[in-house]
Design a protein around this ligand. Sequence first.
Ligand SMILES: *Cc1c(COP(=O)(O)O)cnc(C)c1O
Length: 370
Amino acid sequence: MRELVIDLDAIVENLNTYKKLAPGAKVMAVVKANAYGHGMYEVALKLERAKVDYFGVADVDEALHLREGGLETPVLAWLHDPNDRFTEALEANVELSIANLEQLERVADAARLTGKVARVHLKIDTGLGRNGSTIEDWPALVSAVVALCDEQLLECVGVFSHLSTTSEPDDRHQMALFDEATETAKRLGLDFELRHLTASDGTISYPDANFDMVRIGVGLYGLSPFVGHTAAEYGLRPAMTARALVTQTKRVKAGTGISYGYMARTTKETTLALVPIGYAEGLPRNASGKAEVSIKGKRYTIESRIAMDQFVIDVGDDDVVAGDEVVIFGDPATGVPSADDLAVAADTINYEIVTRMGGRFYSTYLGAVD
Ligand SMILES: *Cc1c(COP(=O)(O)O)cnc(C)c1O
């Protein structure tokens, strides 16, 4: 009744598009947050078969979930709280980002306990003001890492940072600091096999800054990383289609109030169609009055209030009956609204739209690996 159709072949095509955009660099597929709502396990399995170089996730739990599913591709987790399961992470060959001395101590303890050499990537905050070591703390962190590498508790695989994408000068400043930090580390005795900085947007904007690996999230799912630009401009194809079947239609008189608060009232006799998708599925309530959906190729605006379980559209005298397919969003090349269209209607970005889809949607996969 409510379905997210995930085209895994589109995701592999998008991976190949990014490989061409970043020749010579490895690609880390960012599959955090349930692969931006697309299904982490199914997406990761497909990408592993397509020989992706790395997986990236936010936290250790997500990385362990991949390992429990039998995935073997290197995986990096970068957002840790003090209770995160570093011991289990090392036992499962999960690579860890290190942002400060406290995390470094804990990873060294986990290495001592398990007898495993921890593979780490140092995270430097070059100006996003989020995760990572400050420039000031960097030399002390690097020196401590060098000491633990000498003890053979650690292997320092990578160094990474993340751009704010505020403006080109801001990003260029971050790149310069990233280079400096790498140089500082080198002087202190640390060399990195994998330097990685850019995500879906920076990989396109700054081909000169792709370093050894690029970390691709939203672009893999076929969405544009740039507001106001379509995915098609970059040769990317959206992988997610959200759809449902009309549950009921009825003829009503002019002046009928529709849904909570009567945001809309009919102006003439018309047909109302009820669609079983609401904010419980992630359809943003504040898109009421703005979002469009598609039935048999025709667009209808959701003029009335989106509720928890359902919304109503006025289809006029069109031939719409229970069981007809309603597309909430999908690939605009097929004439349906895009995730970007819904994002504009809800005053957010396409990333949030796909990631928040859930609730009673169930996912089906095209091109699934058996
Ligand atoms: C989420 C994330 C990415 C992926 O970003 P996209 O814009 O979706 O490509 C890359 N790096 C880090 C550190 C992230 O948190």
